[in-house]
Design a protein around this ligand. Sequence first.
Ligand SMILES: [Zn+2]
Ligand SMILES: [Zn+2]
Length: 370
Amino acid sequence: MTDYYSILGLQKGASIEEIKKAYKKLAKQHHPDISKDPNAEKKFKEIVEAYQVLSDPEKKQNYDNYGDAYKNFQGYQQGFGQGMDFDFEDIFNQFGFDFGGGFGDLFGSRKREKKDFGKNIKIDLTINFEEAVFGVEKNISYERIQKCSFCKGTGAENSRENVCNVCNGRGVEIRQQRTPFGIFQSQSTCRKCKGTGKIPEKNCSNCQGSGFETKTNKIKIKIPAGINIGNHLRLKEKGHEGKDGVGDLYIVIFVEPHDIFKRDEEDIYAEIPISFSESALGATVEVPTLKGTVELKIPAGTQTGTIFRLKKKGIKVLNSNLVGDEYIKVIIETPKKLSKKQKELLEQLKKEDEFNKKRKSIFKKIFENF
Ligand SMILES: [Zn+2]
Ligand SMILES: [Zn+2]
């Protein structure tokens, strides 16, 4: 795992002020234009990357919780962020331009209507390790704003209508505006009747005239094999319903850890204990894979910590036919309890090993160097 905190010389949990301070100092120190170190550029890039993650509250949180897998969340953040349904006016409004007043009218253009395409919904879904590996179908239910089932979105109790009292049935509002250039008249769609010129005689009693209600939506979703923590599914038009469209539903995947396997992208890792005699003499041992156990041949003289690769016993790569590998690390376990027979055999072995002599010769080499 990349340790962004130690790159910046910080402890996990450092505050944003500490992160900024460390970044400023290190970025100056390792800037390729300043530093004489031949590795300065590489180091500088690491510092910038660490800062980019740790200074962004959402990325930092994902990094703190999921380590390198924080990267999986990124596509989702970009796709879902505030930029999703912005329109041109919003950008200018952010910078303090006022499009609403006479500015647009000066050029004879009418202010654009604000469209309501429905908001996106985000749901977090936790699945277990096997479900992520092999894929799964899930029933989910969530609250969703949708067009009122009684009035079908019109907001009216029945079909009886009155003439709109704001625009007198014309559907447009005329507004006068004083500007340094004189008085300007502007026309816009009537806010009360939304341009229809009519208003219902009585509001819908189910939605109080809003045209919308909140309902529980139940759907079945298919989660593809190989999905990983932070990946998301996007279900088009399963989000909130608006007047002019429907938002999307985003399902962000979280995966429970497994008792035996650890995952890194499409590869999995497991540790298995073996005895000293198995490691010294060689043995065939049963090891777990995602699809039951297989036999692994351990050659004579295997050291503790040796890693064996089981080709294509890992996880299917999402949306592909490629499959990762499994890595088995063998750990030699020293027995804590021995039978009488084992003890006798080991005593004999101990004598035979003459390990004291061996150790002495190793030490001698070390001390000669002083
Ligand atoms: Zn209604
Ligand atoms: Zn009106």
